[in-house]
Design a protein around this ligand. Structure first.
Ligand code: NDP
Length: 327
């Protein structure tokens, strides 16, 4: 028997329940992974809450974990039983002690990277990779805004920006988070609970403003983010932590300076196995060499059965960096 988290209706963290189940054999192109550490991502809360409804109900939750391969499907050639792997973008159900995953969504984990480091950084690190390297290519010395800089994605972005020689201006919700983002390599921080984002960006850039803003907060920061952009600047809206941006009048892009907007997702950038290999090799080498550190606070490692509590803390803005479930 194995244990997994399910929900039978949308709602708050209380809808998450731990259930026992009997794992089925992996399909032809799947691997079966005994999860050792499971990544918690903000998107999991959108799925649980109904903003992104799952394909079927009741549903499992989670798309990312690291562990050991215990079985493989007959068509799987590049992964074998006993391999240490990490995966992201699996079908919902990674909040589980055992999960069947398409082999093309998994990468073999270098020995230098622990299961916990991998589960804390794979989906989030691949996201930072495509945002800073593909959606818009951040140049050395470039100043840019990145919201929620002390979050899971945010702390990796601070470190990656520093490695690129770029100047990340991070927004954060508390003085402690400001400290953490600066330690991780943010060039400047703005506490957006106390300061005006657009005014501070104007000051920091001597009135020049920015070519690109990365916004995962959504509804609460949408307009301020546009106000931080230069003429023909790019707004990268990649998340909805405060709620989705809706009802936009396109005329606002004209009024604020012929702006561009994109709404990217990981699956739009990293779809094929080649794309996953290229991105994960770059991420793994930054982690293995210590350029990107992914230390998860002990308080943010929860037993699998405590998924409810993990979601409560994440949604109350009480976390820094990544959080994990441990089966
Ligand atoms: P985080 O650890 O960053 O947690 C979310 C953070 O958002 C909070 O800690 C909080 O930081 C900030 N926040 C601001 N306003 C609110 C609010 N009203 N309610 C809750 N949080 C708020 O999560 P992740 O690292 O998992 O994800 C970060 C973002 O990136 C999410 O929006 C996620 O959906 C998005 N994402 C998008 C992907 C894509 O491909 N499009 C892929 C991966 C993630 P603070 O207190 O400092 O404000």
């Amino acid at each position: 028997m194995a244990t997994r988290i399910e929900f039978h209706k949308h709602g708050g963290p209380e809808v998450l329940k731990a259930v026992e189940f009997t794992p089925v054999a992996p399909g032809e192109n799947e691997i079966q992974v005994e999860n050792k550490a499971i990544g918690i991502n903000y998107i999991d809360t959108y799925i649980r809450g109904g903003l992104y409804p799952p394909p079927t109900m009741p549903s499992g939750l989670g798309t990312e974990a690291a562990g050991v391969v215990v079985k493989i499907g007959s068509g799987v050639k590049h992964i074998k039983e006993g391999d240490r792997v990490v995966y992201a973008q699996s079908p919902l159900g990674a909040y589980s002690s055992i999960h069947n995953v398409p082999a093309d969504k998994a990468a073999i984990l270098p020995n230098a990277i622990s299961f916990e480091q991998a589960a804390a950084s794979f989906l989030k690190g691949l996201t930072v990779y495509y945002l800073l390297r593909k959606t818009y290519e951040i140049k050395p010395d470039e100043q840019f805004l990145f919201h929620a800089a002390a979050g899971g994605v945010g702390l990796i972005a601070c470190q990656w920006a520093k490695a690129l020689g770029a100047k990340l201006i991070g927004t954060v919700g508390s003085a402690q988070k400001a400290q953490r983002a600066l330690q991780a390599g943010a060039w400047q921080v703005i506490n957006y609970r106390e300061e005006s984002i657009a005014e501070r960006v104007k000051e920091i850039t001597n009135g020049k403003k920015l070519r690109v803003v990365y916004d995962s907060v959504g509804k609460d920061t949408w307009e301020a983010s546009l106000d931080c952009l230069q003429r023909r600047g790019l707004m990268v809206s990649f998340g909805n932590a405060s709620g989705a941006v809706t009802g936009v009048n396109l005329g606002i892009l004209n009024q604020k300076g012929s702006l561009y907007v994109t709404r990217p997702s990981l699956q739009g950038y990293i779809t094929t196995r080649d794309e996953l290999t290229e991105a994960s090799n770059e991420l793994f080498s930054l982690i293995a060499s210590g350029v990107i550190k992914v230390d998860v606070a002990e308080a943010q490692k929860y037993p699998l059965s405590d998924a409810q509590r993990a979601h409560e803390v994440l949604e109350s803005r009480g976390t820094q960096g990544s959080s994990l479930l441990i089966p």
